[in-house]
Design a protein around this ligand. Sequence first.
Ligand code: NDP
Length: 286
Amino acid sequence: MLKYAVIGHPVGHSRSPGMQNAAFSRCGIDAEYLKFEVAPEELPEFLRFAKKHLAGFNLTVPHKQIVLPHIDEIDPEAARIGSVNTVKVLPGGKLAGCSTDGVGFEEAVRYRLGMELSGRSCLLLGCGGAARAVAFRAIGSGAARLVIANRSVGRAEALAAELGGKTGVCALDNRDRLAAALRDADLLIQATSLGLHADDAPPIDPELLGINPRLAVIDLVYLPTKLLRKAAALHLNACDGKEMLLRQGAASFRFWTGVEPPVEAMRSGMEHDRADAPPSEWRRQA
Ligand code: NDP
């Protein structure tokens, strides 16, 4: 039986096992997907283990960036983002890595919001790992304009410089600049980490969403955030981060197996996942 896993620190909350095991089962592939708690200092030991015992794995916080020097063949998009979330163990033990966050984002926008990125004007909140994946994908897919709003403006300026033209930068607390960007935008992308906790303040004043009745909204957080609740009250076209999670998982499955992912089976597997199940002991899988 082939073995796959997601590694993280913490990893307990991950719903990837339910999603990927449903895909393997639906496609008749004899494989099992587990979750492993791996601390950053354990990564080199884990990679030696993975080369011998796994067919592939996903990575979540804090491994997506620190794994880069260990990857033998990096997909160009992942190299640009500076982040890998999917690794395939090649015959002979070499590691091939890619990032499926960007395609997951683009497919979530396509299938949940009914929108293509090409020609669109976007306002992106945040500048971390997820925002970088979104930004490179949006520009790569032909977005007409991308304004990046971040708490640390210097980070937004650095990202805009990497992306080249078609970009603008704004401080997250500059209400007038945000209002102008929202008025011009087709799509608002919330990619800060705010909203994961019920008492988080929203990254921008939700009342600003009322400026533009044509605005579509995607919040990468998996929960109904204050921003999304306001978008729903205004009847805006909006979705949370679950579709992106599903679509990035589907792209990982395709990368490992070459098989077209059974997306609806994966959705059902993700929704029914016992996210509270404890991680498996990876050293015992040897
Ligand atoms: P990072 O830690 O890399 O980035 C965090 C971002 O949030 C930065 O832009 C940071 O700004 C900003 N931020 C954090 N705290 C505050 C604050 N108090 N006020 C204003 N801005 C703040 O996180 P990731 O990019 O990895 O993840 C971001 C979110 O996206 C998370 O909720 C994560 O769960 C979600 N995500 C969802 C995915 C999906 O498939 N749906 C995939 C990946 C991530 P600054 O630069 O100033 O520090």
